[in-house]
Ligand binder design. Sequence first.
Ligand SMILES: [Mn+2]
Length: 266
Amino acid sequence: MSTYVVGDIHGCFDEFTAMLDKIRFSNEDKLYLVGDYVDRGPKTLEMLRWLEKSPSNVFPVKGNHDVEFAAYVRLLRRVDASENLLTDPDSNADTCALLESLKYLFKRGCQDAFAYFDYYGTITDLIVNKGVTFGELLKWKKMLESYPLFYRFNLNGKDCVIVHAGFGDEDSIAESKHPEVEQFCLYAREDALKYGGIWNGMIISGHTPTIVDDPHFAEQGKVFRFHDPEKDCIFYDIDCGSVFRTKHPAAKLACLRLEDEEVFYL
Ligand SMILES: [Mn+2]
């Protein structure tokens, strides 16, 4: 039995399933996912459908993109109610009309809150090109909202935290750029190292692709690992930028096995 953690998937469903084959993931194993299942990549739809049916030994946390996806669906629901559209949740034609209404309201300047709606075009693509319905979007919204911000557990005597971006004591993160726990879990970058951390433990996150020129996490597409000797805390960033592989030859999908800290790449 092994415990695996997979980095940011962003619609790279084929790489994700290939990774499960590579590690020969079985019912005896556990799989944690660090979030950001949607946006940017080609197969958000397949990823959401896989998550919907995922077995009970799979433990996904929320990423910022997943939270934003859920917020966009809430905006659609708000328009449905405010405009009295009575959208049939099973009708793609109705769902297209609902989307048009939201975009029309935004153009008319009625709703500034819609400025960031569907920033990556994922929801529009799902509705217009993939035939997705309002009912399906509501179901995925509920599913993504049900995921925790983090998992914390003991593995062979080691305190382990799985989180999208950062984790630490409330007092310590209060000094950071993301002083609220939820924001720190979802958005922290270098602050995850500076203000985050636990005593004698290990924090495994994603969020900042290690292919970027970020002075804190750049590892040419390899997993970032840092040991803070003061707290005896190991930090992992396992987002190796899989979704950017067409632009960055070093980009990869990474999977970390916690028992022996072996890393698998695809
Ligand atoms: Mn992220």
